[in-house]
Ligand binder design. Structure first.
Ligand SMILES: N[C@@H](CCC[C@H](N)C(=O)O)C(=O)O
Length: 281
């Protein structure tokens, strides 16, 4: 099986091309590919499939030729991956599988067809409008942090840190406990603290994330979107740009005057090779 390894701000993926939707991508195979000692290693697997050839995307085929089939490293299916979307586009461009049109390159996802624009080194993606909908909490050991639930196509809980609790001190080796009534399908949990002002950007924050199905990762694009939405709301802004620093770099979330939400960041392909599925399983 041919694979490509790529990342966006350290959120890393094993990319597998399956244009005709013939690959049996079982949860076991995904977990084995993502295993950092016995497999290739990654926070998730991205399968590149023609929309017309995937039962979940056939209706999107007229709008977007390619479907991003995203899986977390534990083998579970996720609706969306913001960093993965940029890596997906980088893969299509590098392998000559798509050419951007005047309005960019549309990609089919489980969260709908999403627009992407290619810049110099970075890729800008128009994501689902984040919906801030409920208060909730996350608990790490004896620490319970209030937060707010945000739907970005996938579920998020954004927790602002106060009372002298430092972001760097959090132990995210295990999943923070969350309210199952609010998040019956699990949740990605972001912890946030303010950062020093930056020229040209309205707000600047730092975040760490524990991802559903993958554990703590260096970055989460939809998590940054959720964090940006809450930061703008809390600042009383309806439009603007938020720099979100993650362990693996910086993402920029923007809400434009027309109400569209954008995420910009790097997307890098670092290696290609062949893997024997029987050997990793
Ligand atoms: N890292 C991704 C999100 C991947 C899916 C997530 N773990 C979930 O289960 O919802 C991103 O960059 O958005």
């Amino acid at each position: 099986m041919r694979f490509t390894k790529g990342h966006g701000t350290g959120n890393d993926f094993v990319v597998v091309a399956d244009p005709d939707g013939e690959l049996e991508l079982t949860p076991g195979l995904v977990a084995a590919l993502c295993d950092r000692r016995k497999g290739i290693g990654g926070d998730g697997v991205i399968r590149v499939v023609r929309s017309a050839k995937h039962p979940e995307a056939a209706e999107q085929a007229a709008e977007a030729e390619w479907f991003m089939d995203y899986r977390n490293s534990d083998g579970s299916i996720a609706e969306m991956c913001g960093n993965g979307l940029r890596v997906f586009v980088r893969y299509l461009l590098t392998h000559g599988l798509a050419t951007p049109g005047p309005s960019g390159l549309p990609v089919a996802t489980r969260a709908g067809v999403l627009r992407t624009e290619i810049g110099d080194g970075t890729i800008r993606t128009r994501l689902t409008t984040p919906r801030v909908y409920a208060g909730s909490t996350a608990t790490i050991g004896a620490l319970t942090v209030p937060g707010v639930a945000v739907d970005c196509g996938n579920p998020h809980l954004v927790c602002g840190l106060h009372d002298g609790v430092a972001l760097a001190a959090l132990d995210l080796t295990r999943a923070p406990l969350h309210d199952l009534a609010v998040f019956p399908a699990g949740v990605n949990v972001e912890f946030v603290e303010p950062a020093e002002p930056l020229n040209g950007l309205d707000l600047h924050v730092r975040m760490r994330v524990h991802e559903r199905g993958s554990g703590e990762t260096q970055s989460c694009g939809t998590g940054a979107l959720a964090v940006g939405a809450v930061a703008l709301r809390d600042a009383g802004l309806t439009t603007g740009s938020v720099a979100v620093d993650v362990l693996g770099g910086r993402l920029v979330v923007t809400c434009e005057p027309d109400g569209s939400w954008w995420l910009e960041g790097p997307a890098v392909l670092v290696a290609e090779g062949d893997v024997d599925p029987d050997a990793v399983l």
